[in-house]
Design a protein around this ligand. Structure first.
Ligand code: FDA
Length: 392
């Protein structure tokens, strides 16, 4: 069989794969970009509610979770949010900062996919979409893949097929599988940026479905101040998604429902409004249904003026460190990303090439680098894609 020859084959036309392909193509490399889906960038299209939160201006290595917290630093410092913003600006895509440094397209996520495709074409990249890889091997310094019965080969193979999140959209463990086959170590994968589920003990909170509040959530030393949302299955909203990436099964998370209040705030309320109840006092600061549920759980029914100071102090402390005991998460079906994956121990932080397997590269979500919510994961995809694209 006559094989088609390239300098690099990129598996996965998502955020990282497209960036790697366009970078290598524009350096004059002959690149084949492969995806089993019939169109590129499907996750980009649904990201950020259809507006793609394409980067975060506060990107820094400490906002990524990995067994090696320093690994991402090099690539992130060589391809920064400013670099991606410059690309977006060159394509005339208008954008805005929503909150906490998160940048979104004004119009649609489709503009980002179009931009990346234009850049790929500019680099002369060959596309093979809607074609599953039916065979893959490595011999004589060449990676060979078969698509529709046709063989394609290259001295470099870039694994960019992402993580396990949202299998309904075509996510597979393909990159992990190939990495394992070539002997690369793996870090146990788990769903991240994912809603929690609550069990029967905390069923009362599930009845608050739809209620949200700005809170601080803590897991050990890690804390996020953002909105939390009660759902019919448990806890969601940005704060909960963020902390889920740090959560270990069978451990509690702690919520401060009133992060702006000082320790003795209920005693001050008692002096200022002795006729008020805990419930009415909470309802002035939190959604009514949440206030009612918390007051019911605290069991302090009397008017504040008739409550002992110690009881009010205890109630305030409880509300500042309210434990929730998730019995799980909503899993890969609802997880925005996959934590864990191809171990960074196996990769060069400069090029993303496997240190012991010449010509094999891994980038994006397939690698054990998981960003916070808010544009950090795309920035990692761009930066790691760029690093590999410059090296192949
Ligand atoms: P990505 O998943 O983008 O691409 C992988 C590609 O490989 C896909 O095109 C897939 O079809 C292909 N593929 C998979 N298996 C294959 C196989 N066996 N053979 C061939 N091809 C295969 N992040 C962020 O920073 N800002 C945001 O706004 C959002 N929003 C968001 C919303 C939702 C609903 C989700 C699920 C995720 C986000 N994310 C996000 C996360 C972000 O989408 C994610 O981190 C990046 O898309 C990862 O980029 P990759 O290129 O690594 O994988």
């Amino acid at each position: 069989m006559n094989a088609h020859h390239y300098d690099a084959i990129v598996l996965g036309a998502g955020a990282a794969g497209m960036m790697a392909a366009l970078t290598a193509g524009q350096r004059g490399r002959r690149v084949l970009l492969v995806d089993h889906a019939d169109a590129p960038g499907k996750k980009i299209l649904i990201s950020g509610g259809g507006r793609c939160n394409f980067t975060n201006i506060h990107t820094a290595a400490d906002r990524y979770i990995s067994e090696n917290t320093h690994f991402a630093r090099s690539a992130l410092s060589r391809y920064t949010p400013a670099d991606f913003i410059a690309l977006v600006n060159r394509h005339g895509i208008s954008w805005h900062e929503k909150t906490l440094g998160q940048l979104f397209c004004d119009q649609s996520a489709g503009q980002i996919v179009d931009m990346l495709m234009v850049e790929c074409r500019h680099g002369g990249v060959t596309f093979a979409f809607g074609q599953p890889v039916t065979a893959l091997d490595h011999a004589d310094g060449l990676y060979r893949i078969t698509l529709n019965g046709v063989e394609h080969c290259a001295p470099s193979l870039v694994l960019a097929t992402g993580g396990l999140s949202i299998p309904k959209m075509g996510a597979t463990g393909f990159a992990h599988e190939i990495a394992r086959r070539f002997g690369l170590p793996m870090v146990q994968t788990r769903p991240a940026l994912v809603p929690f589920t609550l069990g029967e003990d905390e069923a009362l909170f599930r009845s608050l479905s739809g209620v949200s509040a700005e809170i601080v959530v803590r897991n050990g030393k890690t804390a996020f101040r953002e909105a939390a949302l009660f759902t019919h299955r448990g806890l969601s909203g940005p704060a909960m998604l963020q902390i889920s990436s740090y959560w270990q099964h069978r451990t509690p998370i702690h919520v401060d429902f009133l992060p702006d209040e000082k320790q003795d705030w209920l005693l001050e309320e008692k002096r200022a409004r002795p006729k008020a109840t805990v419930r009415s006092t909470l309802a002035r600061r939190l959604p009514e249904r949440l206030a009612e549920t918390l007051a019911g759980r605290l069991g302090v029914e009397a008017e504040l003026g008739n409550c002992r100071d110690a009881a009010l102090r205890t109630a305030a402390d409880q509300m500042a460190r309210w434990p929730f005991h998730p019995n799980g998460t909503e899993g890969y079906a609802k997880a925005e990303v996959t934590a864990g994956g191809i171990s960074t121990k196996a990769l060069s932080q400069k090029t993303m090439e496997a240190t012991k397997v010449l010509g094999l590269y891994a980038i994006g979500e397939a690698v054990d680098v998981t960003g916070w919510l808010g544009g950090y994961n795309f920035q990692w995809a761009w930066a790691s894609g760029k690093a590999a694209g410059e090296a192949v």
